[in-house]
Design a protein around this ligand. Structure first.
Ligand code: F6P
Length: 359
């Protein structure tokens, strides 16, 4: 009997279950004698030996369900070497569980921090295969991450819904889109939802340019404006500060729940227009996986099983140029895939009149 461990780590997304199903179905097809061990709540389950022996039926009927049947939690990479409140050495504990259960390999579904921990466990000698999960699409080494397309659907729908009410009232609407430190989701949802202004962390904005773009719309007879703002969007002034200076500045400025509210106050004051802020928040990670995500989840899952069959460990399965590839974990760990301000998609968005608030 061979045993493969599996866990879902970090923020959830819609196609975690679909991806685990892909891995499991392919493994059950490859081997007659495989047992899948599911760890509860991500790396926490591996640390505290909180696991379930999964049955093939556990992976049935979950292609279309959001969330994760195993649960998840955030276990920050920077704390992995810090003992827990009872003095437990987390890395040693994870290794202990792995060896005690005689696992042949551990499959990790996770985003940036989780991939770093996956790499750490690889360095510690464990056989790891990982899969690129995150709605943020910020994993270096994969053109696309599973979860992104489903979140994009929700975020786009939010902007679509805002359109009619914004137009009826002639208001400026700011829709804040998730994405952590990168702007992929805001960029794609902004384009798909027909936003007039898109603000991304990768293209720091000048508030005067943002206001100019709103005024230009008013002059052309458009009584409303929609801004798709990434949660990590930052002004040019703030982007020029060091981390310490920025912290200090924020301490001494009026505090707002998030960037959209701060922008709303500034724009309202400068234009005199009526501003509203909408934050879809965690709804962007909710609901069922959309069809495209189900397809890539299945493909990535199947390839993870194939890597295990070939005993090719220490890789993240990735999607590049439309095909499935594998990337060594040590190449990914600690890197971020950001939007290139000079890329074609930005140029094309500008070509149709979208403002990025920078010029
Ligand atoms: O990484 C996914 C993500 O949804 C980010 O877009 C967001 O910044 C963060 O997680 C929110 O984290 P939490 O669910 O822990 O509040």
């Amino acid at each position: 009997m061979r045993r493969i461990g599996i866990l879902t780590s970090g923020g959830d997304c819609q196609s975690l279950n679909a991806t685990m199903r892909g891995v499991a179905k392919a493994l059950y097809k490859i081997y007659d004698d495989v047992e899948i061990v599911g760890f509860e709540d991500g790396y926490k389950g591996l640390m505290y030996a909180d696991y379930r022996i999964m049955k093939p039926s556990d992976f049935s009927g979950i292609l279309t369900t959001g969330g994760t049947i195993l649960g998840t939690s955030r276990q920050p990479f920077k704390l992995m070497r810090v003992p827990d409140e009872n003095g437990l050495d987390k890395v040693a504990a994870m290794k202990h569980t792995y060896y005690k259960l005689k696992l042949e390999c551990l499959v990790v579904l996770g985003g940036n921090g989780s991939q770093k921990t996956a790499n750490l466990l690889r360095e510690e000698g464990l056989n790891i295969v990982s899969l690129p999960k995150t709605i943020d699409n910020d994993l270096w080494g994969s053109d696309l991450t599973f979860g992104f397309h489903s979140a994009l659907d929700v975020a786009t729908n939010a902007i679509d819904l805002i359109h009619t009410t914004a137009a009826s009232h002639g208001r400026v609407f700011i829709v804040e889109i998730m994405g952590h430190k990168v702007g992929w989701l805001a960029l794609y949802a902004g384009i798909a939802g027909g936003a007039d202004i898109i603000l991304l962390p990768e293209i720091p904005y000048d508030i005067r340019a943002v206001v100019d773009a709103i005024r230009a719309r008013v002059r052309s007879g458009k009584n409303f404006t929609i801004l798709a703002v990434a949660e990590g969007a930052i002004s040019k002034e703030d982007a020029a500060l060091t981390k310490k200076e920025l912290k200090e500045k924020r301490k001494n400025s009026p505090s707002y729940p998030s960037v959209a509210y701060a922008l709303g106050a500034q724009i309202g004051e400068m234009t005199g227009q009526e501003i509203r802020v909408t934050v879809p928040g965690h709804m962007q990670r909710g609901g069922e996986p959309r069809p495209y995500d189900r397809v890539i989840a299945t493909r990535l899952g199947a390839e993870a099983a194939e890597l295990i069959r070939r005993k090719e460990y220490g890789y993240m399965v990735a999607l590049n140029h439309g095909g499935i590839t594998k990337v060594p974990l040590e190449e990914i760990a600690g890197k971020l895939k950001t939007v290139d301000p000079q890329s074609d998609i930005i140029r094309e968005a500008r070509a149709v009149g979208i403002s990025f608030g920078d010029e």
